[in-house]
Unconditional design. Structure first.
Length: 40
């Protein structure tokens, strides 16, 4: 899968795939830095 732009929709798809294919619990930590926020 080649992605030109990493936006909110892509991030949610990424998290859903991580959950679907993980065999262990996942702890995903995000911060509120402005560069990490999406505009959509």
């Amino acid at each position: 899968m080649l992605i030109e732009k990493f936006n909110g929709d892509v991030f949610i798809d990424f998290l859903q795939r991580m959950i679907r294919y993980s065999k262990q619990k996942i702890f995903y930590v995000t911060d509120g830095h402005p560069a990490h926020k999406t505009k959509n």
